[in-house]
Design a protein around this ligand. Sequence first.
Ligand SMILES: O=C(O)C1=C[C@@H](OP(=O)(O)O)[C@@H](O)[C@H](O)C1
Ligand SMILES: C=C(OP(=O)(O)O)C(=O)O
Length: 430
Amino acid sequence: MNVTLAPSELEGTATAPPSKSYTHRAILASGYADSATVRDALWSADTRATARAVTLFGGSVTRSDDGTLEIEGFDGTPEVPADVIDCDNSGTTMRLVTAAAALADGTSVLTGDGSLRSRPQGPLLEALSDLGADAASTRQNGQAPLVVTGPLSGDRVSIPGDVSSQYITALLMAGAVTAEGLEIDLETELKSAPYVDVTIEVLADFGVDAESTDDGFAVPGGQSYAPEGGEYAVPGDFSSISYPLAAGAIASEGGVRIEGAHPSAQGDTAIVDVVDRMGANVEWNRDDGTIDVSTGALEGIDVSVEDTPDLLPTIATLGAVADGETRITDAEHVRYKETDRVSAMAEELEKMGVETTETRDSLTVHGDESTVRGAIVDGRGDHRIVMSLALAGLVADGETTIRGGEHVDVSFPGFFDTLSSLGATLETEN
Ligand SMILES: O=C(O)C1=C[C@@H](OP(=O)(O)O)[C@@H](O)[C@H](O)C1
Ligand SMILES: C=C(OP(=O)(O)O)C(=O)O
């Protein structure tokens, strides 16, 4: 699907979609449980992949019209799947489900789309093998397809922290139901650390203890997953909120209000501070869960994305519109996502007349709104690249066409409807 945007002035109210990270964890935690109800779940391509895995492990996921998920779990012991687990485009699904598969008494096969089959799984496979499972890449290159034979038996493992925090999340979620539990030692500094905080928060809400230690993390074994009252509710998604928030910061004199923005452990709440520091007018009422934002005279800033990799594409577009340099640092792990997002944003923004400079772990955007011009750009099959380029299209001189607009379905299925309802001039063409 091609999406063509014209320069637009936005105003109005948008509602945050539910958090993808919390939804993945809630679905899998409910799978580990006997049963649970998950309210306000995100139903997107990625979270459907996790639901499919829970079903293949012997659970079931039923969705009602209001978005509530009724989940029958596999109660701590996954069945050997009767089919290949297709994780589609979702790294979170593949990592979390690989560790769950290592608990089954038999062999699971996991695969995904071309993007997912190029992402790194090696450190998790090694950790699971060190714990007594047999976990391998069919191509022996650390990438999916993966073949995992359980069960695992060990209680202590070490793993690098600078490739993906999802390995830690995966091990913590699985470790809670092993007999002995798991101590996880970090071999290198943890990147994307707030995502492990999200995990520990969700585990606590499901009655499962896990903690950080001097060397990493630990989870006692023999625990049962059960949310209080049998129910869990998913908060709004701050990675998704970054798009209407940035849209308001660059293209709304009248103001955009975002609802459903309640505080949680998400590191990506940092986007509120980023647009504030750049000079937008922004007010976050944490009690009401509302953020009001309107355009100011934006200036380039320095931002580390060590904790917040998913914000890089949004910040790159903000940097293109702001005056002066925006230096996005600590970004190497952003190269291991659905695409290499550092290069993808540099190259696609350059097509729109924006000057950028890349190093292995940084992206500098030399911002100047007057140079941003409409162009035909490629979303690279990556939801965050599509949404971030759409933001640039709101202020570019002339029309911007983005190829692959349908990929927003991975995390924010209503993205283009939301932009339209705020007043964006856009057309979609299949
Ligand atoms: O655990 C999660 O929900 C996620 C962790 C992050 O990945 P890494 O830990 O691989 O950086 C993030 O980029 C991804 O979108 C979601
Ligand atoms: C990287 C992302 O997700 P995942 O790792 O689950 O594919 C993302 O949503 O930006």
